[in-house]
Design a protein around this ligand. Structure first.
Ligand SMILES: [Zn+2]
Length: 291
C-alpha cells in the first residue's frame, strides 16, 4: 500500500498552493530500491511535476488558480514502478471559494483605452510569457524557506477583484508591496532569470524559474541588476523597484505561477517553510534516516 499524504492541508482557498506527497515509506532494509514515479500527474489540462524529496518520497506542488471553479477536482497520478508496472491513483480535491475583496482605482486613459497596436503588443507579450511558463527546469532549484523580495507592507493584496476606471477588470494576480523608488528587490529563492523586459502593463518585468513548474515574478521595476539566463541565489539583488507600466505609484508587484495556476506568493513563504524541493538537501535528509 502506498501512502498518500497531503502535507499542506488547506485546500480551502482559491489561489492557494498545496503540497502533495506521494510515495513509499523510507526503506527499512538495505538494497530496497525506491519506487520510481514518473512525471505526469494531471490536474485539468496541466501536468504537475513530481520530484524526489526527503526520505525517498516523491513530491509535487499543485497550485489552485485564483479563478479556479469551486467544487470537486480530480487529480490523477500515474506511477510506473522500476519493473514497468503502471498504476493510477485518483486524489479528490475540494476547491472552496475564497472571499476576495474589491478595490477601485483610476489609471490614465493610455492604459484604459487601448489602440489596436497596443492590443497587438499585449498579445505578443502574453505569448512570450506563455512560452516561458512552458519551459521550467525539471528539478526544483529552490530550498525552503522562500523570502520576501522587499520588506514592505502590502498595499494591494492578492486576488482583489478590480474596478478600473469604473469597469470590472482581471483580478489582482499578485501582491503589491510598498517599496520607495530604487528599493533593492531580492530573489525570493534560487532560480534562473527566464524573462527580463519592458511590458505594457507590468512595465520592467523579471521572471525567475525555480524549477518544477514554479516561477516568481517582479513587476514595475526601475532597473535590472541581473541578465537574462543568469542563475541567482536566494537573497541576491535582482533589480530596483520603480513605477513602470500601469501603476498608480511606486511599489513592487510580486507574483507566483505554479504549473498553470496564479497563486498567492505568500503561500510560498507559509506553506513551503518545512519542505524542500532541492535534491542535495533531500539527499542529506535521506542519509540522516539511514543512520
Ligand atoms: Zn500588482
Amino acid at each position: 500500500m502506498i501512502p498518500l499524504r497531503i502535507i499542506a492541508g488547506t485546500l480551502a482557498a482559491l489561489g492557494f498552493c498545496l503540497g502533495v506527497t506521494f510515495g513509499r515509506m523510507p526503506a527499512t532494509s538495505a538494497g530496497t530500491k525506491p519506487l520510481e514515479v514518473f512525471q505526469g500527474g494531471i490536474v485539468g489540462k496541466e501536468t504537475i511535476r513530481f520530484y524526489r524529496s526527503d526520505g525517498g518520497i516523491f513530491s509535487a506542488l499543485l497550485g489552485i488558480d485564483l479563478e479556479a471553479k469551486p467544487g470537486l477536482a480530480k487529480v490523477s497520478v500515474k506511477e510506473t514502478s522500476a519493473g514497468g508496472g503502471i498504476r493510477e491513483t485518483q486524489i479528490a480535491l475540494k476547491i472552496n471559494p475564497r472571499k476576495f475583496q474589491q478595490e477601485s482605482f483610476s489609471v490614465p486613459p493610455a492604459f484604459d483605452q487601448l489602440s489596436p497596436e497596443v492590443l497587438e503588443r499585449i498579445r505578443t507579450e502574453q505569448e512570450q510569457l506563455a512560452r516561458v511558463f512552458a519551459t521550467s527546469a525539471a528539478q526544483p532549484l529552490w530550498q525552503s524557506p522562500f523570502m520576501m523580495p522587499v520588506q514592505g507592507d502590502i498595499s494591494s493584496p492578492f486576488g482583489y477583484r478590480r474596478i478600473i476606471n469604473g469597469s470590472p477588470r482581471a483580478p489582482h494576480a499578485g501582491v503589491d508591496l510598498r517599496a520607495p523608488m530604487g528599493t533593492e528587490v531580492l530573489a525570493a529563492n534560487r532560480g534562473h532569470v527566464v524573462l527580463l523586459g519592458d511590458f505594457f502593463f507590468s512595465g520592467n518585468s523579471l521572471v525567475l524559474d525555480h524549477g518544477g513548474g514554479l516561477y516568481t515574478m517582479y513587476f514595475h521595476l526601475s532597473e535590472f541588476k541581473v541578465e537574462q539566463a543568469a542563475e541567482v541565489q536566494k537573497g541576491d539583488v535582482i533589480a530596483l523597484s520603480g513605477m513602470t507600466g500601469r501603476v498608480t505609484g511606486p511599489h513592487l508587484h510580486w507574483g507566483a505561477w505554479l504549473s498553470g495556476a496564479r497563486v498567492d506568493p505568500f503561500e510560498l513563504i507559509k506553506k513551503l517553510s518545512g519542505s524542500s524541493g532541492n535534491s542535495s538537501h533531500s539527499a542529506a535528509a535521506a542519509e540522516k534516516l539511514e543512520k
